[in-house]
Ligand binder design. Sequence first.
Ligand SMILES: [Zn+2]
Length: 210
Amino acid sequence: MFNIFKTTKRKNTPSIQNNIIEKNIPEEHIKYLAEELDTINKKHYDRLPKLIAFLFKYNNYHVEIIDGYTDNGIDIIASNNLEKIAIQVKQHSIITNYLKINRDDMSKFCLAVKDQGFTKNYYITTHYFTKQAKILANKHNVQPIDRQELFKFINQLCPELLPKVQYRQSITNLQTNCPECQHPAIRLKGPYGIYYECLNCNNTFNLKDN
Ligand SMILES: [Zn+2]
């Protein structure tokens, strides 16, 4: 019999797929990745650590955030029954910061995780690593995740997030933001003229009184 397809054919069950309850993804992570990766104010230095912590929580890891993001030690520990992962996070703008993560930065993290029993070590940045930093990381079982790798990493841990980021980027050209939630709003025409509708909270408003 040549009817191979019949036996290997997958059941199409999109309705069941759609029934999987989508876990909530906080808007701040979407906004950060879509719009604020390089422009974010210094006081929001914790955005990348919060995003990384979220990604591991999303995958049911127990997540511990270590205070003091500015030091060169461990920022986040993510663990489950099988793994205990040490993470260093460096949120650096590639527009205003002219230094890659170098060998010295990397050596501090390598020292911090040495002999601590971690199954994996990640050094994550929105910037890039020098070649020497990558060589050192390799020697010490540290996985360097730079700007480019960061998006693959996010996609592995939370595939639902990046389509939301792309959608958000697609509406950044809308010049008007909702006064309630700051999300972009679309300009519409109604019986009483032009008005705006927030694409997030559906608030409608017009501009003349502001
Ligand atoms: Zn709104």
